[in-house]
Design a protein around this ligand. Structure first.
Ligand SMILES: Nc1ncnc2c1ncn2[C@@H]1O[C@H](COP(=O)(O)OP(=O)(O)OP(=O)(O)O)[C@@H](O)[C@H]1O
Ligand SMILES: [Mg+2]
Length: 248
C-alpha cells in the first residue's frame, strides 16, 4: 500500500506493518462474521419455509408478487452467509494436526440427514492418514463434496445407490476420493463447475443453492497447499478427489 509520510512524500508502507494491519482486519472481520452468523441462520432457515407456505397457501397476488421477493431475499442472505463463512476461515488454527478418518466421520455425520433415503455409505479409510490443518477447515471441504454427492441422487433409491468415501496415503500426500452413483457431470459442464455462482440446481421455491460449494472447497484446499479435482474418466456417477500434504 502507498502512504503519505510526515513530509508529504508518498512511499510504500513497510511490509511488516501492512501484514499486521491485514491480520488485525482479518480478526476483526472474523469476529463480526461470528456475531452475524446466529441471526443470519434464523433468516436463512425461515425464508424457504415462508416461500413454501406462500406457494402452497398464498393467493395469486402473494404468489406473483411476494414470492419473488422472498426468493431474492433468501439468495441475498445466502451470499452474506458465504462471505461471513469466508471471513471466519481466518480463525482456522492450521497448526493443528487432524486425523482424516475422524474428520470424515464427522463430515458424514453432518450430512447424514441429506444422505438418508438416497444412498448407502461405503467407507474405506486409512486411519493413519493425518493432515496439518484445523479439523473445522477440512470438515468444510468434505461436507461440501458430500452434500453435492447426495444432491446428485434422487430420494427413494437408496438400495441401488452408493456414496463411497476412500482415503489413503500416497507419495507423501493424503488422497480422499468421494464417489457417488448419481446423475454425473455432463462433459460440457466439467470446466465450469468450480466457477463461483455456477449452479445447475433449481433456485425456485426458496432453494438455497448459490453455486459456491465447489469454489469454496477448492479455495479451502488450496489454502492448505492441496487440490480438489473432478475425475474426468468417470463412466457413470461422479468422483471428486481431494489431495493434501500428509503429516508424518
Ligand atoms: N456430485 C455431483 N454430481 C453431479 N453434479 C455435480 C456434483 N457436484 C457438483 N455438481 C455440479 O456442479 C455444480 C456446482 O456445484 P457447487 O457445489 O459449486 O454448487 P451447488 O451445489 O449448485 O450450490 P451450493 O453448493 O452453493 O449449494 C452443481 O450445481 C452441479 O451441477
Ligand atoms: Mg454444492
Amino acid at each position: 500500500m502507498v502512504i503519505e509520510n510526515e513530509s508529504g512524500v508518498f512511499e510504500r508502507e513497510p511490509i511488516a506493518e501492512l501484514e499486521r494491519r491485514v491480520k488485525t482486519l482479518g480478526f476483526l472481520g472474523a469476529g463480526v462474521a461470528h456475531d452475524i452468523r446466529a441471526p443470519l441462520s434464523v433468516a436463512i432457515q425461515y425464508l424457504p419455509v415462508l416461500s413454501k407456505l406462500i406457494t402452497k397457501h398464498g393467493n395469486e397476488a402473494l404468489r406473483s408478487e411476494a414470492l419473488p421477493m422472498v426468493i431474492a431475499m433468501n439468495d441475498a442472505l445466502r451470499c452474506v452467509a458465504i462471505i461471513t463463512e469466508g471471513l471466519q476461515n481466518v480463525l482456522h488454527d492450521d497448526s493443528r494436526v487432524s486425523n482424516i478418518g475422524e474428520v470424515l466421520d464427522t463430515s458424514i455425520g453432518l450430512v447424514a440427514d441429506l444422505i438418508r433415503g438416497r444412498a448407502q455409505i461405503a467407507k474405506r479409510v486409512d486411519r493413519n492418514a493425518h493432515v496439518r490443518a484445523d479439523p473445522a477447515h477440512l470438515i468444510q471441504i468434505f461436507t461440501k463434496l458430500l452434500q453435492n454427492a447426495a444432491q446428485a441422487i434422487p430420494i427413494g433409491a437408496d438400495e441401488s445407490n452408493e456414496i463411497s468415501v476412500d482415503a489413503w496415503i500416497e507419495d507423501g500426500y493424503v488422497c480422499v476420493s468421494i464417489h457417488d452413483t448419481g446423475v454425473g457431470v455432463p462433459p460440457a459442464l466439467r470446466a465450469k463447475i468450480f466457477e463461483p455462482r455456477f449452479t445447475t440446481k433449481s433456485r425456485t421455491g426458496g432453494s438455497e443453492h448459490a453455486g459456491m460449494g465447489l469454489y469454496i472447497a477448492r479455495e479451502l484446499a488450496e489454502a492448505l497447499n492441496g487440490v480438489v479435482s473432478l475425475d474426468d474418466d468417470e463412466a457413470s456417477g461422479t468422483t471428486f478427489q481431494v489431495i493434501l500434504p500428509a503429516w508424518t
